[in-house]
Design a protein. Structure first.
Length: 150
């Protein structure tokens, strides 16, 4: 098990910026195996203005995006890739949302590598609030070069 890392290291690994960077801190990780991280959900999040104004609930797709960002950091931190590499979502399977995530919650995110083949990874993901499961699923993603995308 490795020590976690701060927002500065997260920003160096992920191409995302505010308001789309959805990981505040990595708590721990083990190369080739798993990562644990969290996001502090605040009322100031821009998506709460419209989802929903009188009943603020974090959109499920953003919970899955936060989990995908965690998965990407695990892969990018574990393996050596060219500097212009980016980790891209390819599929979501068996996704279930169990409870709403609201302002004031700490969204804990867990990703475990199920398998990898060539440049494709499949991961089991879970999100919890106060040790209560709020979302889960299986994510697949691939490493690509930024040059291939443009």
């Amino acid at each position: 098990m490795e020590q976690g890392f701060s927002i500065q290291e997260i920003r160096s690994l992920l191409p995302h910026a505010y308001p789309f960077l959805l990981v505040d801190r990595v708590v721990e990780w083990e190369p080739h195996t798993y990562i644990k991280a969290y996001k502090n959900v605040t009322f100031n999040e821009p998506f709460f203005q419209g989802h929903f104004p009188n009943l603020p609930i974090m959109p499920g797709v953003l919970i899955m995006e936060g989990l995908a960002q965690c998965a990407g950091m695990l892969v990018l931190k574990t393996h050596q890739f060219p500097e212009d590499s980016v980790f891209l979502f390819t599929s979501m399977e068996e996704v279930k949302f169990r409870k709403p995530v609201v302002p004031g919650d700490r969204l804990d995110m867990y990703c475990t590598i199920l398998r990898s083949r060539l440049s494709i990874w499949k991961m089991q993901v879970q999100a919890t609030v106060n040790d209560s499961l709020v979302a889960e699923g299986i994510l697949s993603a691939a490493i690509s070069s930024v040059k291939e995308l443009t």
